[in-house]
Design a protein around this ligand. Structure first.
Ligand code: PLP
Length: 393
């Protein structure tokens, strides 16, 4: 069963974008600048099956585990680069951007013309949504998933079809393929998926993208792929060398720990990028200093490996401790984890956790209330599990 949602029904459910923003309750420091729709209980409505509770802060936050940030970043080499180029803040970064793109081109194995840069991948998700859906059409994705691209597409008039994830939380690729029709302009796949932290098997996804991209472009958001082990950690970018119409988004916000420095990119066929760049400008939004930092961070392979290793240790600890407390966390392949928390209503849970100095997220997914916790340092995860124990007493 798919969930189809058009702009009119979306508007009917509540408030959209700026008009509603003035009337929002305090959203604490969760990401609050995206177009937001609230239901009668004050929950953010992402899809009919996926909502988010919000609550004001109760105390100073000691462990910020609500936005999937990397607690170890930026890399010391990136910081050194930032400091050394601070005085070049008066210059545009085009020259250095070209150096960064050469490095990315080498890493991804695609020519530079296949790359478009942005201040974070959000900027690119939004630009693709705007340009591809200016004249309407349908975007297809899993439900629940990371709704950024779909939110913007809907805001400019697109329809959205959401296909529930399978029982094992992977994408239901068969159902997605069956849902494609003549109105479908894009399929969006988030792998690993946010908010679930789960993976869709490499081989199955590769075959899906290879086949489906002959009919309609497939956008694969690989924000968390660097945290994945083994074959499932392989990117879909290689499909570009076979001429397939895939669009792969990557970010420096996660493994590189540069969320506040804002660097991201997509790899896609030059003709696809041309259509997007005919009315928007890739790279213009990234600061010269952040470009230098990204180059230095790419060279600091040791930092990336350390981030991955420490994230895994925090994840293993958190999953084991949650299980020992009677929770059932969903096995995560990312830098965050979800588990059902049904002892109390989501808003009350957030308030109680924040009174303990812990920031997390609370979602309604399908028919359950979930907590999503980002992986912090081991000390932060110990603070989280200890606070959770107290809140549940
Ligand atoms: N894609 C996914 C799946 C994310 O979770 C995020 C941020 O959390 C983004 C994209 C956007 O990241 P950024 O704009 O920082 O690159």
């Amino acid at each position: 069963m798919s969930q189809s949602f058009n702009r009119r029904s979306w508007l009917k459910t509540g408030l959209l974008s700026l008009g509603g923003a003035a009337m929002l309750p305090q959203l604490s420091w969760a990401e609050s600048s995206k177009p937001i729709t609230l239901d009668k209980s004050g929950r953010i409505v992402y899809t009919p099956l996926f909502r988010e509770h919000t609550a004001p802060l109760e105390a100073e936050i000691l462990a910020k585990l609500n936005a999937n940030e990397n607690p170890y970043g930026p890399s010391p080499k990136a910081v050194e680069a930032l400091q050394s180029v601070a005085l070049q803040g008066n210059r545009y970064g085009w020259g250095q951007l070209s150096v960064l793109m050469d490095k990315i081109s080498e890493k991804e194995g695609v020519p530079k013309e296949y790359l478009m840069m942005g201040p974070g991948s959000s900027d690119l998700l939004e630009k693709f949504a705007l340009v591809l859906f200016m004249k309407g059409g349908t975007v297809l994705s899993a439900d629940p998933s990371y709704m950024s691209l779909m939110n913007v597409a809907r805001s400019v008039g697109a329809d959205w079809k959401g296909i529930p994830l399978k029982k094992d939380w992977s994408h239901d690729l068969e159902a997605m393929e069956a849902a494609i029709d003549s109105d479908t302009k894009l399929v969006y796949i988030c792998n690993p998926n946010n908010p679930t932290g789960t993976i869709t098997e490499y081989k199955k996804l590769y075959d899906f993208c290879s086949r489906v991209s002959e009919k309609v472009p497939v956008f694969i958001d690989e924000a968390y792929l660097d945290f994945v082990d083994g074959e499932n950690g392989k990117s879909m970018v290689s499909l570009l060398n076979e001429g397939k119409n895939v669009i792969v988004a990557r970010t420096f916000s996660k493994i590189h720990g540069m969320a506040g420095l804002r660097v991201g990119y997509v790899a896609a066929l030059p003709e696809t990028l041309e259509s997007i760049q005919s009315i928007t400008r890739g790279g213009m939004g990234i600061s010269n200093t952040s470009i230098h930092a990204a180059i230095a961070s790419m060279e600091d392979v040791e930092f990336q490996q350390k981030s991955k290793q420490l994230n895994k240790e925090a994840r293993d600890y958190t999953a084991a401790t949650l299980k020992s407390m009677g929770f059932e966390p969903v096995p995560s392949h990312t830098s965050f984890m979800i588990f059902p928390q049904e002892e109390m209503e989501g808003r009350e849970f957030l308030k109680k956790m924040s009174a303990q100095g812990i920031g997390v997220r609370s979602f309604e997914i399908y028919d359950k209330t979930w907590c999503r916790v980002s992986m912090g340092t081991m000390k932060e995860m110990e603070m989280f599990t200890s606070a959770l124990g107290k809140v549940m007493e």
